[in-house]
Design a protein around this ligand. Structure first.
Ligand code: SAM
Length: 244
């Protein structure tokens, strides 16, 4: 997978994506990314990329010319036309399903807005999909693009060491994850649940399923609506929730 991020601040991407899991994944050739400076494509004398909004109002709007030229130039580096995604609070809210589906794209261009927003003609003519990372407004699309890339690359085979990681993770099976513990078994008198030390794999799996159900019921009950619970699980859950 190749990702091109189009931004006015390419320097913010290097530190994050050269470290830890994303850094290793790039070194191993599992994905590649480049951050391209939109300002380099501005043809006006002072390389301005924004101007006042027609009709008045606060702030500045990103001009179409530098963005069109940037997108068109970057597309030439792809054998097949990449999907163009605009990071925007007006977009489809990012979730597990969307991250997984975008991770299957061969190429992606992520366009980051700044200032008050983007000239609508860019969105109408160049953008295939708008993606939001939540119902709040950031100063620019850079953090949103980083969140999207990070969430997507975890689905690329080999990026996250063990393939079982996904199966167990929050959202993968429609539930939030069960609590995790590591050594020591006794930390300042706080003990790890004894079943996890039992070596009994069936009992551990059953405990994890129960804890997953309980965490989900307490924090995100709407996620349980599509979940096929056994009558025994329903009864157990009702009993636990009574004492909350
Ligand atoms: C200050 S915001 C513009 C907000 C715009 N005036 C509005 O009210 O929808 C500047 C840029 O940050 C990015 N951005 C802000 N919030 C975002 C969010 N929740 N998800 C994705 N991108 C976001 C977008 O690229 C946006 O063009």
């Amino acid at each position: 997978m190749k990702i091109s991020v189009l931004t006015l601040f390419p320097e913010v991407f290097g530190p994050y994506f050269s470290a830890s899991v994303p850094g290793r994944a790039q070194e191993n050739g599992l994905f590649s990314m480049e951050a391209v400076n939109i300002r380099d494509f501005a043809t006006n004398k002072h390389h301005h990329t924004d101007d006042a909004p027609f009709g008045g109002g606060a702030g500045m709007v990103m001009m179409p010319q530098p963005v069109f030229d940037c997108v068109e130039a970057v597309k030439k580096g792809y054998a097949r036309p990449p999907k163009v995604v605009f990071m925007s609070p007006c977009g489809r809210v990012l979730d597990h399903t969307l991250a997984r589906s975008l991770s299957q794209e061969e190429g992606l261009i992520l366009l980051c807005g700044h200032y008050e927003g983007m000239d609508q003609r860019v969105i109408d003519r160049l953008v295939d999909l708008e993606v939001s990372i939540g119902d709040y407004v950031l100063t620019g699309g850079e953090l949103a693009a980083m969140v999207l890339i990070d969430a997507m690359i975890r689905f690329i085979p080999g990026v996250v060491g063990n393939s079982d990681v996904h199966v167990e993770e929050s959202f993968e099976n429609g539930l939030l994850e069960y609590p995790q513990y590591t050594r020591p078994a006794d930390f300042r008198g706080d003990l790890v649940p004894s079943v996890l030390l039992s070596g009994n794999h069936a009992a551990i799996a059953a405990w994890r399923r129960q804890q997953s159900l309980l965490t989900t019921a307490r924090r995100r009950p709407e996620l349980l609506e599509g979940e096929a619970l056994t009558p025994k699980e329903r009864a157990w859950l009702a009993e636990q929730l009574k004492t909350d």
